[in-house]
Design a protein around this ligand. Structure first.
Ligand code: PLP
Length: 444
């Protein structure tokens, strides 16, 4: 394949569509992540199949954004299409319970066996918002502890001290909560405490001061919104123990890691069981579905004091698609995860080899199906403050060079690379070749 070589590349239609769209839709698209960092305009994507996408100017790319994570089985998978089509013939939405809900719940338990209960919602944000509410109801406490650089959606309790712009405030061990958006009431900011992740001492010190007010500790068990950062050995276990000591619920936000890093998410890999977990992206392969799962005593508060629901929660269309998606992932005792691990390792090794060959300071971090590489002299990165200390501008430039070689990446280096079962070894080779050529072009 010649896909790694630089080619004629025209994106004038994307440019025109963006100019038009900005006049009607604030910022030009219905989610800022789709436009931000794209300088001067984002590409309009028309079609996807497997690991490939095509933009409105007819350029073909190997997709290494995968809709920010959901597409574990790639674009427009024929089996998932069939399941969705079959349900469409029977109707989209009824406002009534549906048998598919039970089937998906049963399937869910095969992936994550140690959960007593599961309930579905629409987006990752719905899931984290409701999990936080359950924790408050269960403990009778108001304060939530989150970690610097961890992303749990944009609702008021989550849009605090998250990723870019790379700003920090307060001491490393006790960061000051920073509103990520205008419009968060100061009363809400006062109910969120922020800690440094991968740092038991930070957590211990904060809990000594405020532990009795805290209802929940919410975290990404593997950080995936500030590049990919793995937890230190025994860190998750230490958090688990501290949460128990202070009667705090531990919420693992597996929205990215769930159904991706292993069939049972990061909690299975690390062998630490949270009280509540949130799931979304790879659960539905792009269909809009998320889930909250956990221990009976907390989950059963739903309907017993805790309100829950939404018109579109667990739509039959999404249930049908998610069920087929999980069936594919469960094939032959979860065989797809062994494949994902192999290609992710191949990609990580390939990037490291290119870095060595060209004497570039690149740090690659990965877990099955999930990878990031950042430009830094550090040999490891353990938290948000270390991660932002890297060369964002270089990544952004490189992303433009990669596009011209048929590789689609987000220009924001904190957006990790999710792989799918539809990425081939050749796709990974094409990425590596394009990276080598793009880094050389950067130096010219
Ligand atoms: N939690 C994590 C870890 C995420 O990465 C995201 C989205 O990227 C969310 C929650 C929010 O999910 P959604 O965008 O579906 O609301």
């Amino acid at each position: 394949s010649e896909s790694h070589t630089r080619r004629e590349w025209n994106s004038s239609r994307s440019e025109r569509l963006f100019e038009r769209q900005k006049k009607l839709i604030p910022s030009g698209a219905s989610s800022l992540m789709r436009t931000s960092s794209w300088d001067p305009y984002p590409l309009f994507i028309q079609r996807g199949k497997g690991s490939r996408i095509w933009d409105v100017d007819g350029n073909e790319y190997i997709d290494f954004l995968m809709a920010f994570g959901p597409l574990i089985n790639g674009h427009s998978h024929p089996k998932i299409n069939n399941a969705v089509k079959k349900q469409m013939r029977n109707g989209y939405l009824f406002g009534a319970p549906n048998e598919l809900e039970y089937k998906l719940a049963r399937m869910f338990m095969k992936f994550v066996p140690n959960q007593d209960r599961v309930i579905f919602a629409l987006s990752g944000s719905d899931a984290t918002f409701n999990a936080i509410r359950i924790a408050r109801a269960a403990t009778g406490k108001d304060v939530i502890l989150k970690f610097e650089g961890h992303y749990h959606g944009l609702h008021d309790y989550a849009a605090i001290s998250v990723e870019s712009p790379p700003v920090v405030s307060g001491l490393r061990w006790f960061p000051r909560p920073l509103a990520y958006t205008a419009g968060i009431p100061s009363e809400v900011l006062d109910t969120v405490v922020v800690a440094n992740w991968n740092d038991v001492e930070s957590l211990e010190r904060i809990l000594k001061i405020r532990g009795n007010e805290i209802a929940a500790i919410i975290m990404e068990p593997i950080m995936a919104n500030s590049s990919v950062i793995l937890p230190d050995d025994d860190y998750l276990r230490a958090v688990r123990e501290l949460a128990d000591e202070y009667n705090i619920l531990m919420i693992m936000d597996e929205v990215i890691t769930g159904f991706r890093v292993s069939e049972g998410g990061a909690q299975k890999l690390y062998g630490v069981q949270p009280d509540l977990s949130t799931w979304a992206k790879a659960l539905g392969n792009g269909l809009t579905i998320s889930a909250i799962s956990g221990k009976k005593e907390y989950m059963e508060l739903i309907g017993n004091g805790v309100a829950y629901g939404g018109t579109y929660f667990a739509s039959p269309i999404a249930l049908a698609g998610a069920l087929e998606n999980l069936r594919l992932l469960a094939y032959n005792d979860f065989e797809p995860y062994r494949y994902l691990k192999r290609i992710t390792r191949k990609m990580a090794k390939g990037i490291e080899e290119v870095a060595d060959e060209l004497d570039e300071d690149i740090l690659v971090t990965w877990e099955t199906g999930l990878l990031s590489f950042i430009f830094t002299k550090r040999k490891s990165v353990r938290n948000y403050r270390e991660s932002i200390d890297s060369d964002w501008e270089k990544y952004k430039k490189l992303q433009r060079y990669m596009l011209r070689r048929g590789i689609y990446l987000h220009p924001d280096m904190f957006e990790r690379i999710p792989l799918s079962t539809q990425h081939t070894e050749e796709d990974i080779d094409a990425f590596i070749m394009a990276l080598r050529e793009s880094l050389k072009e950067y130096r010219e």
